[in-house]
Design a protein around this ligand. Structure first.
Ligand SMILES: NC(=O)C1=CN([C@@H]2O[C@H](COP(=O)(O)OP(=O)(O)OC[C@H]3O[C@@H](n4cnc5c(N)ncnc54)[C@H](OP(=O)(O)O)[C@@H]3O)[C@@H](O)[C@H]2O)C=CC1
Ligand SMILES: N[C@@H](CC=O)C(=O)O
Ligand code: NA
Length: 374
């Protein structure tokens, strides 16, 4: 029988982040039940694009074996609506973990929240799509203007992976500081690409080869064109700008520089794009050489100027001594300029992509929900 502190968890998406999350969920389950044996986390749904696994009896499936059990399933996939209805009938509190980048699922968040199901997710689509969806989500959430019986929603990993970017910005705003500017490097993929293709001091690999590496390391979006076209950074800036109080309509409503060569804009798939990208390495070599002539390197950055409501995303040149030029690996750096912090910004820096660090933000959000519902 489920007790008052039984929490039913549904997980959608078992890619790089989803698999790392399941590992962390099992650790969390063990730690919480050791601290308080009444706390009982049960995995009742695991779904990928073509299969799903249920726990018919609400007992929960083994988290350790869930991915291999999911692989064995050969029953027809339920619709998303049927899946939400199943979750809503669980005999207790339910949390849905969306580890996909699916827009259709993101569009359903208001409906899910109104069923009393909480959501934690690294998926940016819901928070960076049209402004109406953003408003609907927070109207429906218990930690927005919804009722206490609605679900909670947290999305820390949608910006800067597990780095405390969203929580920091929210606290600045909610404690009455005035945020004037947010700027920095917001993409783990772009950071990795430029740090390794154009390192300070010269050298570096071929741009296209670094893109393939970034994908293999699990830094890119499922389709790496979503990183290279600047849209992933634009989505993150849309989220931060909205949290800072700006009514940004969409991630395409401000200037965004794309690194997709014109000739590859019509590729039909990410694979075709990756295959053809080496033909355009010379364009990136020219960019590197022209920056080097000025003793600089190029990095992919973004900024939000709050008073003028100006948001932009693109390439900029930096001196070798600049902190942005000196970043390593997939590191993000996010500078918050505020009235309280004056001319020395509050800085958040560290790995901005990768399965484990992203899953950590999702697991942290799950803990926030558990604390609210306990
Ligand atoms: N990777 C990173 O460093 C970071 C990722 N994120 C975000 O985390 C999310 C996941 O990223 P990542 O794990 O790297 O991506 P992956 O491509 O590795 O995994 C995506 C997973 O989602 C599943 N999926 C896709 N569409 C659907 C659908 N309609 N229904 C059910 N399952 C679906 C896929 O199913 P299948 O296995 O069948 O293909 C796959 O299991 C994305 O939103 C991304 O933007 C955020 C911060 C950092
Ligand atoms: N593709 C994204 C993943 C995290 O949001 C990135 O590279 O930053
Ligand atoms: Na974050």
């Amino acid at each position: 029988m489920p007790g008052p502190t039984t929490m039913f968890i549904g997980v959608i998406g078992v890619g790089g982040v989803g698999k790392a999350f399941l590992g962390q969920l099992e650790q969390l389950r063990l730690r919480l039940s050791k601290a308080n044996p009444a706390i009982d986390l049960r995995l009742i749904l695991l779904r990928r694009s073509n299969k799903q696994l249920f726990s018919e009896s609400w007992q929960g499936v083994s988290i350790k074996d869930a991915v291999s059990e999911l692989d064995k399933v050969n029953t027809p996939l339920l619709s998303l609506q049927e899946t939400f209805d199943y979750l809503a009938t669980a005999p207790g509190k339910v949390v849905l973990v969306d580890n996909t980048s699916d827009q259709t699922l993101a569009n359903s968040y208001p409906v899910i929240l109104r069923k009393g199901i909480s959501i934690v997710t690294p998926n940016k689509k819901a928070f960076s799509g049209n402004f109406e969806l953003w408003s609907d989500i927070f109207k429906a959430a218990a930690n927005g203007t919804g009722s206490p019986s609605d679900g909670y929603v947290f999305h820390e990993s949608s910006v800067g992976a597990g780095l405390p970017v969203i929580s920091t910005l929210k606290e600045l705003v909610e404690t009455g500081d005035e945020v004037t500017k947010i700027e920095g490097v917001f993409s783990g993929t772009m950071s990795f690409l430029f740090n390794s293709f154009m390192p300070v001091g010269g050298g570096g690999g071929k741009f296209s080869a670094e893109v393939k590496k970034a994908k293999e390391l699990g830094f890119t979006e499922p389709d790496p064109r979503d990183d290279l076209n600047g849209l992933d950074v634009a989505r993150k800036l849309t989220i931060l700008a909205r949290l800072a109080g700006l009514k940004v309509q969409s991630p395409t409503s401000f200037p965004v520089e794309s690194l997709i060569p014109k000739e590859l804009e019509s590729c039909n798939s990410g694979d075709e794009f990756l295959q053809k990208l080496p033909e355009f390495d010379n364009q990136m070599e020219e960019l590197k050489a022209s920056a080097a002539k000025e003793g600089k390197v190029v990095r992919f950055v973004g900024s939000i100027d709050v008073p003028s409501q100006a948001v932009k995303v693109g390439l900029e040149k930096f001196d070798a001594s600049h902190p942005i030029a000196a970043l390593k690996g997939s590191d993000n750096i996010i500078n918050f300029y505020t009235q309280r912090y004056g001319s020395n910004p509050l800085i958040v820096q560290g790995a901005g992509a990768g399965g484990e660090v992203t899953a950590m933000g999702v697991t942290g959000d799950l803990l926030k929900v558990i604390r609210q519902l306990q």
